[in-house]
Design a protein around this ligand. Structure first.
Ligand code: GLC
Length: 428
């Protein structure tokens, strides 16, 4: 390995290649997270082992019952593609410690137990078959390995455990060709990059995979932030990861769970929020024990995909941020160069839509996918679009999009601050 860089040298080197490495990711917007592991057999949360304090000897036995159908990841990748997603991230090892590939560093893996196959290889093949970028989730925290907690207070255990971690990560970075994303998770019980030796580990990763994008959970900021179960814009590159049901990342074996799942409209709303804030959405599915797509995810994701076919220009590509407020209570916006896309959750009545906050002159307005030009009346801070059909024209999800083109990149002032109602004068 080349000589180790200091932290500041490393961060400078990583920053220098970031725009090149992240170009695809910054326009991709939508990816599929897949939580698959032994916990699928339990079907009540991927943290079951720790939450219920299941003894290691008892939990381990699941490894021999683990029997995903050969090629199961193909259905995940097909659904991801149909949903308009551009990349996937699968749990190669979750906190339970079971590795989904055939590892030389441990026997607690899918190559040696259960299916006796390399599920990571099947996953990679499935992503590539659908033209999706390949992401590996890897949990640093490990409840199974005896040094997984001793590392917190015993220097020899720490050395053994960081060597083990690096050996596993090295396997992932060398066995499968190009890996596009490395998605670390939970750094307990060592809450500092020095404990995990992340600086050396990630230099190794980047040497092996020069174009890789790494998330921020090895206690170094690396390439992107990871708000979890909430969609909150961050200043730098970010990706919100969301469960499908607000309950669990792993498979939920319960009829009740479907009632908590997102429908297409809620997913579109999430996509609007990430797009508007310059981020991506990594939406999770937890496959069934045999590796099937959880049934409640199918219809919503397929509907979202159909919607995106007509409205993709409002979502993909290089978007700009106009702030998180909207020019109307009927929907939310995304913006690209001179165009603002208005995503209507509530189709406006009376055939017209009022938009507050724009001073930049509007050139034209049209309904996406319907090719219908709208009439525009505009004065400072208020435009009225006329000639809208009475009912929302989108038949996929009932979310119509109106593309409003301006003379230049529009500026937007949120009117509900409301001096604009008083002719733009301050109210003091
Ligand atoms: C959390 C959880 C975990 C899940 C992850 C996804 O940190 O511990 O179960 O994999 O979030 O972001």
């Amino acid at each position: 390995m080349a000589n180790l860089l200091s932290l500041s040298e490393y961060e400078e080197a990583v920053a220098a290649t970031r725009d090149r490495r992240m170009a695809w990711w910054r326009e991709a917007r939508f990816g599929m997270f897949v939580h698959f592991g032994l916990y699928a057999l339990i079907g009540r949360h991927e943290w079951a082992m720790a939450l219920e304090n299941i003894p290691i000897e008892e939990y381990e036995k699941l490894a021999d019952r683990f029997a995903p159908e050969p090629g199961a990841p193909r259905a995940w990748a097909k659904l991801a593609k149909a949903a308009g997603m551009k990349y996937m991230v699968m749990t190669t090892k979750h906190h339970e410690g079971f590795c989904l590939w055939d590892s030389e560093a441990t026997d607690y893996c899918a190559g040696k137990r259960g299916p006796k196959r390399d599920i990571v290889a099947e996953y990679v093949e499935a992503c590539r078959a659908e033209g999706l970028k390949v992401g590996f989730y890897y949990s640093l925290m490990d409840w199974h390995h005896p040094d997984g907690w001793r590392c917190a207070f015993d220097p020899e255990a720490r050395k053994r455990f960081t060597d083990y971690t690096k050996a596993l990560v090295r396997e992932l970075m060398t066995k499968y060709g190009v890996v596009d994303v490395l998605w670390y998770d939970v750094s307990r019980p060592m809450e500092h990059w020095e404990g995990w030796d992340s600086l050396a580990m990630n230099q190794m990763v980047r040497e092996l995979q020069p174009d890789i994008i790494i998330n921020n959970r090895s206690k170094l900021p690396e390439d992107f932030g990871t708000p979890e179960e909430h969609i909150t814009a961050q200043e730098h590159d970010w990706e919100a990861c969301m469960t499908f049901n607000g309950l669990s990342w792993g498979y939920v074996n319960s009829e009740q769970a479907a009632a908590y799942s997102y429908n297409a409209q809620r997913i579109l709303k999430m996509l609007n929020t990430v797009s508007n804030g310059g981020g991506n959405l990594l939406l999770n599915i937890g496959p069934t024990p045999s590796g099937g797509v959880p049934p409640e995810a199918v219809e919503p994701l397929e509907t979202v995909g159909r919607w995106i076919q007509n409205h993709g220009e409002a979502l993909y590509g290089k978007l700009s941020r106009l702030g998180r407020w909207s020019p109307s209570g009927c929907g939310g916006i995304t913006a690209k160069e001179n165009t603002v896309y208005f995503w209507s959750w509530i189709w406006p009545s009376e055939g017209k839509l009022g938009l507050g906050g724009f001073k930049t002159p509007i050139v034209s307005a049209r309904i996406l996918g319907a090719g219908k030009e709208l009439e525009v009346e505009q004065r400072p801070y208020r435009a009225v679009l006329k000639g809208l059909p009475e009912r929302c024209p989108d038949e996929t999800a009932g979310v119509g999009v109106i593309a409003v083109e301006f003379e230049a990149a529009p500026e937007f002032t949120w009117c509900a601050g409301y001096p604009q109602l008083h002719g733009g004068r301050s109210m003091s």
